[in-house]
Design a protein around this ligand. Structure first.
Ligand code: NOJ
Ligand code: CA
Length: 545
């Protein structure tokens, strides 16, 4: 296997309060994650991504940070974080944290100081006498806000915020702010984190006459940040959270001198569209619209995460289609997206859940799994904001779900109760014991992915298909080639694989004949033409010598 660690890693996303409660107060914590490392190692993930665990009034799930170098008391202490890092590293696992730098909480001491008249920190945030500046910047939380400006009585001025009014934007034009942010990055990397997810990174700077996203100043700052990280640390990773069209996302990788990774937002909605349209045109379009990326950078692929399934960057027509198909109850909509988890979105259809995982794990990039999706956990979309997809992890059957020793009525959020998704039906314990469970199947796929090696860094080639329901591509490196064939339609399709699996001239066998192929999952031999059942996918490899 080649490449830097993050090019081949499987990531696992954890909201700290949701995973496991170690001290019986009904709130998951850092020590709870440490206590569950056995499970994560058994599952076969390589890197944990911890959502913000800093002190926070929790208006935005912890993305409203009131102390950038502290730990929220409910989650534990810095020593707990050190212990988690140590235990994970001992097992060969890595851990990344969220780095929220675009904004702080309005309770952060910097903001409290900034709003005081005559304050030395006045210029640390973005103030204005009128709410009229930067009219071309869109509002992101459209369900709750109609302006990016809010009046502050103490300051006697309006302040700028791209998210909730409780999240004032820092002023990156101020060199002191930039230096303070770099210090925070340094703090967490020194503590031992292997990387940082840079939250809301397109919005750092504001300029009149622009939409205030992806500005050249933002990229200049990211290059400075990257240089600082490279100068002081080895093998760390910066991940861009930029929900932008392909050409803008790729800019966050710079010439290999900005972030090491960026989420591949543009390919996510097409994966869901394909299942309903029963053709792969949208996926193929998204792949073709994806520019090449610099060496040693990598895409972060995901199906779902702790936010709504975002539809901000798709066309009006696709957005309406997605709402129609995936948000039959209008209350499932949130901002410009859908606040549901993977399994309920896919009507708990095992074939669909496995199919999307088959693609998530084999398309170019490093996959990000969202906690609980490996079980097929459900959601409670009527909960506030995006809380419905952040409910307690279901470890065991029964009323506590094995999440905590506290009274479930006092949990930070209720356990999913929707029939079919309740903790008696969906839980780690039962699924671990059942060889046919989704959990065991995902674990097998992760294991095969690791052994194949080629999905992380191998080349990618799209193969033409006669039938629009079929997505066919290969992933190859010097030693092997894997053909991926997926049928997004609800009917059986004959797929010719011989042409794609000819011995490659110059690579050992140059006979140009159909090579000996087996299914990577079942190990069964595969003929030159196969029947791909409804919603079926296959990973096909050359039989090992
Ligand atoms: C992106 C995060 O994923 C989301 O949860 C948060 O609300 C915004 N950034 C603001 O920090
Ligand atoms: Ca706790």
């Amino acid at each position: 296997m080649h490449g830097v660690w993050y090019e081949t890693a499987v990531f696992y996303e954890i909201p700290v309060h949701a995973f496991f409660d170690s001290n019986g107060d009904g709130i998951g914590d850092i020590a709870g994650i440490t206590a569950k490392l056995d499970y994560l190692e058994w599952l076969g993930v390589d890197c944990l991504w911890l959502l913000p665990f800093f002190p926070s009034p929790m208006v935005d799930g912890g993305y409203d940070v009131s102390d950038l170098t502290g730990v929220r008391a409910e989650y534990g202490t810095l020593d707990d974080v050190r212990a988690l890092l140590h235990q994970a590293h001992t097992r060969g696992m890595r851990v990344i944290a969220d780095m929220v730098m675009n904004h702080t909480s309005d309770q952060h001491p910097w903001f409290l100081e900034s709003r005081e008249p005559g304050s030395a920190k006045r210029d640390w945030y973005v103030w204005s006498d009128t709410p009229d500046k930067y009219p071309d910047a869109r509002v992101i939380f459209v369900d709750s806000l109609d302006s990016n400006w809010t009046w502050d009585e103490t300051a006697g001025a309006y302040f700028w915020h791209r998210f909730y009014a409780e999240q004032p934007d820092l002023n990156f034009d101020n060199p002191q702010v930039r230096a303070a942010v770099v210090d925070v990055v340094r703090f967490w990397l020194e503590l031992g984190f292997d990387g940082l997810r840079l939250d809301a990174i397109p919005y750092l700077f504001e300029r009149e006459g622009t939409n205030c996203e992806n500005l050249p100043e933002t990229h200049a700052f990211l290059k400075e940040l990257r240089a600082a990280v490279d100068a002081e640390f080895d093998e760390r990773m910066l991940l861009a959270e930029a929900n932008q069209p392909p050409v803008q996302v790729v800019d966050y990788l710079g010439d290999g001198d900005e972030c090491h990774m960026a989420y591949h937002f543009p390919i996510m909605p097409p994966l869901f569209m394909a299942l309903k349209r029963q053709h792969t045109n949208d996926i193929i379009e998204a792949i073709k619209a994806t520019p090449p990326i610099p060496p040693s950078t990598q895409w972060g692929l995901f199906l779902r995460n702790h936010d709504e399934l975002t539809l901000e960057m798709v066309t009006e027509e696709d957005r309406e289609f997605m709402y129609r198909e995936y948000a039959p109850d209008p209350r499932m909509k949130k901002n410009v997206g859908i606040r549901r988890r993977l399994a309920p979105l896919l009507e708990n259809d095992r074939r669909l859940i496995e199919l999307l995982h088959g693609l998530l794990l084999s398309l170019p990039g490093s996959p990000f799994l969202y906690y609980g999706d490996e079980l097929g956990m459900g959601d409670e979309y009527l909960l506030r904001d995006r809380d419905g997809v952040r409910t307690p992890m279901q470890w065991e059957p029964g009323p506590t779900a094995g999440f905590s020793t506290a009274d479930p009525a006092s949990y930070y959020l209720p356990i999913v109760a929707t029939p079919g998704f309740d903790s008696d039906t969906i839980n780690v314990l039962n699924e671990m014991e059942d060889d046919t469970s989704l959990l065991n199947q995902i674990r097998r796929l992760l294991d095969i992915r690791r052994k194949l090696g080629v999905f992380g860094t191998g080349g990618f080639e799209l193969h033409a298909s006669d039938d629009p329901a079929i997505l066919k591509f290969s992933r190859s490196d010097a030693t092997q080639s894997v053909l991926v064939a997926a049928n997004v339609a609800d009917r059986t399709v004959q797929v010719e694989i011989a042409a794609s699996m000819m011995a490659v001239p110059g690579q050992g066998d140059d006979s140009g004949t159909f090579i000996d192929v087996i299914d990577a999952v079942s190990g069964e031999p595969v003929p030159a033409t196969i029947d791909l059942g409804p919603r079926e996918f296959r990973w096909l490899i050359r039989r090992p010598d």
